[in-house]
Design a protein around this ligand. Sequence first.
Ligand SMILES: Cc1ncc(COP(=O)(O)O)c(C=O)c1O
Length: 400
Amino acid sequence: MKKLRYPFGTITITDKTKQLVNGALDSGRISGGKLVREFERGFAKLVGTKEAVAMSSGTDADALALAVLYDLGAKRGDEVIVPSLSFVATGNAVLQAGFIPKFVDIERTTLNIDPKKIEAAVGPRTRAIMPVHLMGKPADMEAVNRVAKKHKLLVVEDAAEAQSGTYRGKEIGTLGDMAAFSLYIAHVISTGEGGIVATNNPEYANTLRSLRAHGRACKCETCMMSVSGGHCDKRFKRGTDIRFIFERVGFSAKMNELEAAIGLGYLDIYPKIFAARLRNFKYIHKQFAALKPHLLTIDPVAGEEMAPYAFPVLVPPGAKFTRDQLMTYLEDNGVDTRSLFLSMPTQCPGFSFLGHKLGEFPEAEYCADNGLHIGLHQDINEEHIDYFIELTKRFLTGKI
Ligand SMILES: Cc1ncc(COP(=O)(O)O)c(C=O)c1O
């Protein structure tokens, strides 16, 4: 069998991106301005929200969306419910925003927050739920929203891995109060590095624009000096320069024009990228059926479209090999693999100060120890997938 390279992620740079980057470089305006606004509008249109606010990373998108809670009366040290299994950014963002993560175990069959366990995690200081649509699989948003409504909690979707998925006919990103996306290169739409929060609430969008720029009072679209050509009617209306009034504790998390240019290139050819990823997603799920029950994955169910982000693999209990042996074999043969993250509270040392003990989140810990994922992006095709399946068959039958 011919050895192939099967990379985890890719970046697509279009001619439009090159033109826009050159234009920005020639103009000398690199910091966030009209390209960022154009990208935000295009992204919001794609997701189907009124607003989208771009940031420097998906982690910032999570953190700043949560920091909006302070405008709604939350206090530092209040709690945000999150699944125990996710990329560590989810938990980091809660802490960076000044809140305490309240972890809930996941379901092994979906990799997402266990809907039966959410309500028990609500306490007097709980202010929000941040479900994660891990591996593009929509979380049970009906359950999340039911608990949120009953206890008056904000819902922020961590949609970092779920751009273009749908749940009961609705686009991921429109299912809560805000949704945070990552635009890192492994994701369906990328700006190289970056993140973006989508919302239908214009007030939240204004607050997010303030939060990403140090908490400044100058936050509406027309106040962006580089968009308005340097003039702002409101600038001195509050007795002093509005750009130096800081209304809230802010972050420095702006996207720049060069990143937005990459994102605009992606939006331009989005149908092609999405079609290629979807084709890969459907093909790998079909071919992988031959490996069950020796290996497992997460399948879509009726009423949802999983986002074609990545393909998770779980080693079932009782297997005669370990996840690490399978990963090593795939890597040695050119297939990039990533583990299936960690149980943040019990397997990430940075969270040990919260006092959780190994064994507290058995499903998350099982998936972390026994799961891996590989890419599904636009620069791989059926040949790569056939190669991965054949390699895995050889591994399982000992013909390596
Ligand atoms: C579930 C989840 N949340 C948040 C993030 C953070 O995104 P970024 O790497 O852009 O900061 C990621 C990264 O891919 C992620 O997978």
